[in-house]
Design a protein around this ligand. Sequence first.
Ligand code: PAF
Length: 282
Amino acid sequence: MQIIEALVPLRMAVERLRQDGPLALVPTMGALHQGHLTLVREAKAHAAHVAVSIFVNPRQFGAGEDLAAYPRPREADLALLQAEGVSLVWAPEVPTMYPQGYATNVSVSGVSEPLDGAARPGHFDGVATVVCKLFNQVQPDLALFGEKDWQQLAVIRRMAHDLDLSRPYADDIYGVPTVREADGLALSSRNAYLTAEERQQAAALPRAMQAAIGKLQAGEAAAPCLAELQQALLAAGFASVDYAELCDASTLVSLGAKGDAPARLLVAARIGRARLIDNMAV
Ligand code: PAF
């Protein structure tokens, strides 16, 4: 497994790997868990080689967010990737990604705006910018992202379509279903912020979402179901709910009730030091 931190050796390594067949990219910010490893395994099924990027992207963290505290267990991450048979780890430092004088921003309107876009201004510009750069740097044939970040996936697909990217084509950007703990909590690097008590309380999130989905599928209006969901989270120990919305699954336009088109329930809520997000099909 090659660990590369500079662009020229990256280009040379990528050129060599591509001679064996398709190259897949799994972009990450490190602090790897089973969810990331599931992406790597899925990538291996579609490609001759898998590259994983590890870069904690400062541009997608707002003021007062957890950039400094974000876990960076580099050696443990590298050991996990080595064991998965990853061929290349792209691990640039911040000045390599954003050198002195860096001035370009990729901004996707529409799908970036509601939900996390409203709760975390600038977040999706940071994501779209770094993912566009990662695609240009690694030039993968396909890329894989977790569906846990449903809105992020929609933003990245929109960006790839709109910018006519070809490595990867928008159609070669795959979403992989969320990996969950036995009690339903979605795996996330930010679960590491939870105390033992908060970790138990956090299981109320998928439980309350499932309860709401049952009612939405039975044709109940979204507003009372979502209000009940929020109450259930606050009663379980969550400090606040940033949003709980029923949305069109691809445009993320808010819906008043489940209709014929695929819909998604998306929630972000805070507990202790963690802000947890989750989403499920309705
Ligand atoms: O999902 C993440 O880990 C990040 O948002 C990503 C896609 C690697 C961009 O920094």
